[in-house]
Design a protein around this ligand. Sequence first.
Ligand code: CAO
Length: 478
Amino acid sequence: MVTRKNAKRAKPKAATKKPAKTVVRLKAKKSAAKPAGNGLPRPSTKPWGQAGRALEGVRILDFTHVQSGPTCTQLLAYMGADCIKVERPGVGDITRGQLRDVKGADSLYFTMLNGSKRSITIDSKHSRGKEILDRLIKKCDVLVENFAPGALDRMGLTWEHIHKLNPRMIVASVKGFGPGPYEDCKVYENIAQCAGGSASTTGFRDGPPLVTGAQIGDSGTGLHLALGIVSALYQRMRTGRGQRVLCAMQDGVLNLARVKLRDQQRLRHGPLTEYSQYGEGIPFGSATPRAGNDSGGGQPGWILKCKGWETDPDAYIYFITQAPVWGAICDLIGKPDWKTDPDFAAPPARLPRLRLIFDTIEQWTMTKSKFEVMELCNKCDIPVGPILSMKEIAEEQSLRATGTVVEVDHPGRGKYLTVGNPIKLSDSPADVRRAPLLGEHTEEILRGVLDYADKEIAEIKASGAITPPEKPAKAEAA
Ligand code: CAO
């Protein structure tokens, strides 16, 4: 990686010498080429998008599996990092075989979480495998893992061992819980949603807690981890040393559900007036309740039926009665008198009447398709959002155009859709490639990254460190 030290080294040496009279002008010109005082190189003159990718030069030892870790490393790979996924010979990431839709091909579960990576198979419990891993540690900038607590240590890859081999190495982990009573527990998505406070606040008041479809425990924590890694890489430019980065899924979910902890504290000072429960006269308990489709902010909102709702489960729209456009809403739905009626004119007066207000607006939205409502409301600056099905998202051309939904070709399964990089960098176009086959790049990495000679590679193969055992363990097909 380019460090301050490197940049400093790039300074023209002669600048410190006393120049002869005739070269004074030349020297003055050269001094403009010096790095700025902040140690950064001069701004590139290359066209935008052609100055390399944001994380080019960063190499990642990707020891992740299932979802949380792979979402993190996939994002880093999209940003240009060389992501080397280490998998168990013959088996690989368990998700290769889970929820399979095409017989014998890597599942979409795997392929949509491991794009733009390279795959090497190494048995981390084999002595020769350990040797390869040690060599990989010396050559990488970041090790990312999301094994069950203690698994990395049991492989012999303790922080002390890694740090000794490569003091610059950043070791980033996802665990279910941070230090405390549950730190040794294995955790999956929905457990994190429950333990992070999300499930208790999702759903309808008269129903059980609900998990959400968005993978806030796995992908959400992967996102948090990616930020931790990039921050640690940045700090390393000053300190020269790596550090550990830990993201607990419970913490990640809570971070995303922080408005509900906000409401928990507001409860001490009275009812939560923007919850429809308030208008319905139902008393609040001691904890933040489930709020159905109430908006989590200061502008009341609800999901309303649109034309065709009787047969189309997604014929709905989210409608926000934003205060500054209240007049426009009243005009649009045919209730101009509400603009001056003291029961509806001002936001506080409306709070106890939200049910009536949304029922009335729904009478209007039910006469239009969700896209018609979208168009009519947006003309008047009223914030609304159609409930889009995954079918509609998959077919949405604007998402294809921005690279948020990308079609890639895979030798085992043909073309499939994946979610590209949702983070757009103007000078670093995303690098979205298909997911690797199991061990597809093993030899390439042994030779090209780890400098093993052909003879050594042959020995490694014969040792069983990178090949499946005689009777290969089967990936569980869920
Ligand atoms: N070679 C040899 N062994 C390997 C290997 C390799 N290349 N890669 C992994 N293994 C071994 C590990 O060493 C571990 O063995 P031990 O238990 O003997 O030490 C074993 O494979 C399985 O690891 P695991 O315990 O992490 O896997 P699991 O399927 O039992 O648990 C999960 C999965 C996700 C519950 C657990 O990893 C976990 O809690 N992770 C942290 C939280 C997390 O990320 N959850 C998100 C999951 S996505 O919903």
